[in-house]
Design a protein around this ligand. Structure first.
Ligand SMILES: [Zn+2]
Length: 409
């Protein structure tokens, strides 16, 4: 355990007796010691604030326009003032914000400072190191090469990422790290296809060696459909890649969130769903509230939603589709009012395959072990359940979920 683990425990066990606190400390130690698989980790959202500050100070001629647009000029001033604690407080989303779109503004800073190949290699290596130090032995890093491709270019970006992975695997014995390409929902179909094709071409080169093992649909769900990505995901399936989709994370209405998860499975062929909140959020809690269309949830509507959710969860279980659960992130994006509203307990009760994940270590100021212990405490999970939850993600790695193309071509 390090200092940050102790601070986490202190906050988590604020109201506990000394005995209870000792029990949770023991549990955290054993979770850190257990080999873990992290399936949902965005590269840019997981970089260290200290590194951001250093890169911001040392890379000459950074283009701050995107960052200032997102954050306002203030963030640059705070970085140049040099008070890392201030910078960290500013950057980390410890309190719920308005929406997923607000949360994603935080990517403006990594986009600004990951300005050359050295910076990219360093960030990748450090994300691997941070994961390894808390017991992660299988790590999937998601990346969106378009985010910084204006300066580095997709090819050089991926090569630098892979060099960072190689350096980490060489240094940290027993770590395996692979890549997952995130295709953003708000890009048009042509751009998405162009990115996919270019990444696949680079993926086939000896330097990259097929390190990209899967494709993910990411970005803002509200106002964007995944149907335009069907073609590129079919290509990805034929190429033998694992299919993953952020779905049911943020939605205008709970019914819409449920439909997106169904589309992700049926249309894109997703074998893992990122977040999947809509499959389990308690609809009765919404009675008397309006959805984003201004339509009220009443008792009858809540009942209908609950039935649809049950059918969806049955499908998830029967088709062996895993949900990547990211509890802190869901609170920080404003999609849950608190951790206690997370439907993880319902998912466990229904026997759905699960992985607890971080999403964005830096933005949510978290670690995988913290997310696991936080949920264990929230739901009072027993050791056997916890052991099962920690072991399950190893059976749903990108290579394992990649299905051979059924049509045979
Ligand atoms: Zn995510």
């Amino acid at each position: 355990m390090d200092t940050s683990d102790r601070i986490f425990l202190k906050k988590l066990c604020r109201e506990d007796t000394r005995e209870a606190r000792a029990r949770w400390e023991h549990l955290l130690e054993s979770v850190i010691a257990s080999p873990k698989a992290e399936l949902h980790c965005h590269l840019a959202g997981s970089m260290r604030p200290e590194t951001m500050k250093e890169l911001a100070e040392t890379i000459p001629g950074l283009d701050w326009s995107y960052c200032n647009e997102g954050f306002g000029f203030e963030v640059f001033q705070k970085i140049s003032e040099g008070d890392i604690e201030k910078v960290k407080r500013y950057l980390e989303y410890r309190k719920p914000r308005g929406s997923l779109a607000d949360y994603m503004i935080a990517y403006a800073l990594p986009k600004t400072v990951m300005a050359n190949e050295d910076a990219i290699r360093r960030v990748v290596f450090e994300v691997c190191e941070d994961n390894y130090r808390e017991g992660v032995r299988y790590l999937e890093i998601r990346f969106n090469p378009k985010m910084i491709s204006e300066r580095v270019g997709i090819r050089d970006y991926i090569k630098a990422v892979v060099e960072g992975l190689d350096m980490a695997e060489e240094r940290f014995q027993g770590l395996r790290a692979v890549l997952l390409l995130s295709l953003v929902k708000d890009y048009d179909a042509k751009t998405v296809e162009m990115i996919f094709d270019e990444v696949m071409e680079v993926n086939g080169t000896p330097e990259v060696g097929g390190r990209v093992k899967g494709v993910d649909s990411a970005g803002n769900e509200i106002g964007f459909s995944i149907t335009s990505q069907a073609g590129v995901f079919e290509k990805a399936r034929k190429a033998g890649l694992g299919i993953v989709c952020h779905a049911g994370e943020a939605f205008r209405s709970l019914e819409e969130g449920i439909s997106v998860i169904q589309e992700a499975i049926g249309l894109l062929g997703a074998k893992r769903i990122g977040h999947g909140l809509a499959a389990g959020i308690d609809a009765r809690r919404l009675i008397g509230k309006d959805d984003l269309y201004g339509k009220r949830y009443d008792e009858k509507r809540a009942e209908e939603i609950t039935e649809r959710q049950k059918r969806l969860r049955k499908r998830l279980r029967e088709e062996d589709v895993l949900i990547e659960v990211c509890p802190s992130s869901n609170v920080h994006t404003g999609n849950l009012a608190s951790i206690s509203e997370h439907p993880l307990g319902t998912f466990i009760a229904d026997g759905i395959p699960l992985a607890i994940c971080t999403d964005n270590r830096w933005i949510s100021h978290t670690k995988l072990s913290w997310e696991i212990v936080r949920m264990a405490k929230c739901l009072d999970l027993d050791f056997q359940t916890l052991d099962r939850i920690i072991a399950a993600p190893f059976r749903y790695t990108l290579e394992k979920i990649a299905r051979p193309n059924k049509s045979g071509d």
